[in-house]
Design a binder for this molecule. Sequence first.
Ligand code: 5AD
Ligand code: FES
Length: 365
Amino acid sequence: MENWFSSGGIYLLNNIWEKIDSEEDLTKEELCCLLSLEDPEQLELLYQKADKIRKKYVGDEVHLRGLIEFSNYCRNNCHYCGIRRDNKKIKRYRMEIDEILNTAILASHMGYKTVVLQSGEDMYYTTDKLVELIKLIKSNADVAITLSIGERSYDDYVRFFEAGADRYLMRFETSNPELYAKLHPDSSFENRMNILKWLKQIGYQTGSGIMIGLPGQSIEDLAQDILKFKELDLDMIGVGPYICHQDTPLAGNPNGTVEMTLKVIALTRIVTKNTHIPATTALATLRPADGREKALQAGANVIMPNVSPVKYREFYELYPNKICIRENAKQCNSCIKRRIFSIGRTISKGYGHSLKKKMDNAIAL
Ligand code: 5AD
Ligand code: FES
């Protein structure tokens, strides 16, 4: 890896700290310089600066989103993902509409004001079925709905929005188009970017994100990813480490690191200011003891507790050793509350909608 300090040294770094303090835009080179930091004191300083900006723009409240992993069937073959189509070793499951609804109601009874409906790209759930589900959840539970179900048609996205879906998550995974192409045999980078634009146009609060430490990913790629977050003007940004799954074409590659993930979270906060940034489950998987606390203290302000029925959890294996597969929704709820309170933060009672001005560009419905 290139050494970003060879030319400017400490002088350059002091300059960058000042730019962060005065909230000036950082260049790609400056982001690369910060992503290369390894000195523990300098890393601590970076996290502190991100924490300060987090406090100023999104406050001390942590927003909880109840995550329902409702199907692990997927038509795609992404090279990193454990639920890819060609993984024949995994047991597949689908939750029926009433079961998903009951799980959403349970989530709302636990105090979550958002449910995230996530699955592989599973066309068993037709547009009509999902529209019905969204309407049922909206009329039976006081929650915002986030969809995370992959690539569909423009008309589908409009129908889900009209039915009451508030938000949509779809990571672009990497902003390097060549790397994207290598990892995704079934989808194109261009199409993914177009979909993110559609989602915003339609009026969704839109989330995206990346994985850290993908095989072949460089520091420059990560700097570009962070600039991309800003350019896309996202409402939510998920950043988690890549974790190698043995039953994928990428078997044998190293995992992303906790440290690099925290650096990217911190810089994402510094660059994008008022976005919602989760402390991800993948990060907690690499560091169960305090990964999420560390993320919350380096710029993150959201946690997505798992509310999926326990009997399915082990099969939603995007990556191995996932946390919480033996716990139930109630146990995860108290675990997460304890962690949040332990670092002096509070839990939001609101929906935790986007803090950016919405609806100006929403299409007339
Ligand atoms: N390691 C870490 N994250 C993964 N995801 C998929 N597979 C892995 C993996 N092996 C992430 C992708 C996807 C999200 C739902 O899960 O970023 O967008
Ligand atoms: Fe599930 Fe801690 S969040 S056990």
